[in-house]
Ligand binder design. Structure first.
Ligand code: 9MR
Length: 318
């Protein structure tokens, strides 16, 4: 293929048409200006998740000073093209604005409620699901000592969900985390928390399993059983940020292993009726966070940097 040309859809049809789950990708607003990128995104997916554009540090870098341009661009694209949006993310220990650090507890609490109100309110009715609380656990299943945990205490999670429900009653509300694919200490910490929240009547609808995998760690074999225990609590499950990184350079054996990982994620989701979404953290190796964060690893997406479908894509859509 000539660089810039768009590969034809496979015979089986675009991903969004071969499943009754939402099939999504993270998107950076600026990439919507690339015609070939936009065309594959529009053809294959029916959900978009703003990669950074809805994070607190981006939308309110200085107190009371808002920047909605990237978020608006993605939500408008979604509306014009019939895509659902996954809002990402409201309460997170990372990518929050520095001015939060100067606030005392009661002020942090009120600005957090205000943040949820303002952001969810702006897009009320236009966001299918929100990652309300993101990455709140340590690997051992204990709570991460984030600014929210330290200053607001354990109750911040229930508060955030209650504020979120009030701000947009039509949105599904999720708690989202990584390394929670299989049954392990972290996913069990999450399980115990959401079970308690449900018992307390806290408005939480689902859990997001990010699913940033690396072939060098092996596939989390208890993925399906793990989803089933969350489903049994009456929660939806979304695969929110799937990618499968491999050591560079890629070769056909590594790409085949990657393909089998993607297929196993896909199959696990389709085996559990409450798994409602399969979203990838970017769909093309042209734009992926992986090589910048894990030097020597990459090629983690379904399409290569020229937007040609990789074996992983073909394996989902033979
Ligand atoms: O892909 C995002 C990257 O562009 C940002 O620099 C990074 C900052 O923390 O966040 C990345 O997205 C993360 C997501 O918001 C939460 N889960 C992990 C993702 C990859 O780091």
């Amino acid at each position: 293929m000539v660089l810039g040309q768009v590969a034809p859809a496979s015979a089986a049809g675009p991903l969004k048409d071969i499943t009754n789950r939402y099939v999504g990708s993270a998107v950076a607003a600026q990439n919507l200006n690339e015609a070939d990128f936009k065309s594959v995104l529009t053809r294959e997916f029916d959900n978009v998740t703003p990669e950074n554009e809805m994070k607190w540090a981006v939308v309110e870098p200085n107190r009371g000073q808002f920047n909605w341009s990237g978020a608006d661009a993605i939500v408008n694209y979604a509306q014009q093209n019939g895509k659902s949006v996954r809002g990402h993310t409201l309460v997170w220990h990372s990518q929050y604005p520095g001015w939060l650090n100067n606030l005392g507890s009661s002020e942090l609490r009120s600005v957090t409620q205000q943040h949820i109100n303002t952001e969810m309110g702006r897009y009320r009715g236009r966001i299918r699901a929100w990652d309300v609380v993101n990455e709140m656990f340590n690997e051992d299943g204990s709570r991460r000592q984030s600014i929210f945990q330290q200053k607001l205490g354990d109750g911040y999670v229930a508060d955030a969900f209650r504020w979120a429900r009030a701000a947009d009653p039509s949105a599904k509300l999720y708690i989202n985390d990584y390394n929670t694919e299989g049954i392990n200490a972290k996913s069990t910490g999450l399980y115990n928390l959401v079970r308690t929240l449900k018992q307390q009547g806290v408005p939480i609808d689902g859990i997001g399993i990010q699913t940033h995998l690396a072939t060098k760690y092996g596939f989390p074999t208890s993925f399906r059983q793990n989803m089933e225990r969350f489903a049994a609590l009456g929660l939806d499950i979304a695969i929110t940020e799937a990618d499968v990184r491999i050591p560079l350079p890629a070769d056909s054996a590594k790409l085949a292993t990657q393909a089998s990982y993607f297929r196993q994620i896909w199959d696990a989701c389709h085996a559990v009726s409450r798994c409602v979404e399969f979203t990838t953290w970017g769909f093309t190796d042209r734009h992926s966070w992986v090589p910048g964060t894990f030097p020597g690893e990459g090629a983690a997406c379904l399409f290569d940097s020229n937007l040609r479908p990789k074996p992983a894509y073909t394996r989902l859509n033979p």
